[in-house]
Design a protein around this ligand. Sequence first.
Ligand SMILES: O=c1[nH]c(=O)c2[nH]c(=O)[nH]c2[nH]1
Length: 281
Amino acid sequence: MSISLVRNAYGKSRVRLVKVRRAGARHELTDVQVDVQLEGEFDDAYTKGDNSKVLPTDTMKNTVYALAKGHPVEPIEDFGVLLAEHFLGKPHTRRARVAIAENVWSRVDAGGAPHPHAFLRAAGERRTAEISAAPGGVEITSGIADLLVLKTTGSAFSGFPRDEHTTLKETGDRILSTLMVARWRAAGRDPAPTATWERARRALIETFAERHSLSVQHTIHDLGEAVLAACPAIDEVSLSLPNKHCLLVDLAPFGLTNDNEIFVPVDEPHGLIEATMKRGS
Ligand SMILES: O=c1[nH]c(=O)c2[nH]c(=O)[nH]c2[nH]1
């Protein structure tokens, strides 16, 4: 049978790395997961079993650790570019893609003072960077993944069309909860990606809290607008917001009224609202 290989890519995923920088008694911690994917002239490995051009994925894993020893891992955008350009320099490689997800640790506050070497991790939130390096240049996408937020009011959903399958009640006051994923691109190379990340994060959290929501769609637009307003370096932002439903429990069978107090969180199914916003029209 005749078939053609349409696309291929290979690499090492989920390379876990923790780096400790010791400035005397005060330590700095970086905790990341790195994915590497190479594209290039590797067809023969797939079609003939010829590994003569295949840089082992084990070597890629070792490279992450060796380069982390000699270079800063922060900001992850810079470490990602270092890795991507390193792998692009390998024979037969046409594109190197590196994705880094950083687990966000904060310093423990002990007795009112920042502890020199103890850290606390906020749930599943991660800082992300995706780097794609090819002879034509390097593209960087930065972001935040799995920022879990909830507000107990300030959210409504009404005015939607009804058909024979609609059972949802209109509401002017509901719980709104979501696990935000944001990805953004700078116009050029952002010289201060950490400051941008901190501003974007604050804009997302504060806007979620303070702006009245008429729907998740309405909120996602407010969030995108706030990120672009807060971060001059960002040209385009994409957001993905699952609607983590918290449904009002019907207490009528027990002769009780539910005054927006008793809810059941439902993981599945969930709404998923996505949008990309950029400057200008
Ligand atoms: O904010 C919302 N947007 C929707 O599109 C939708 N659909 C739904 O059932 N609940 C909600 N909530």
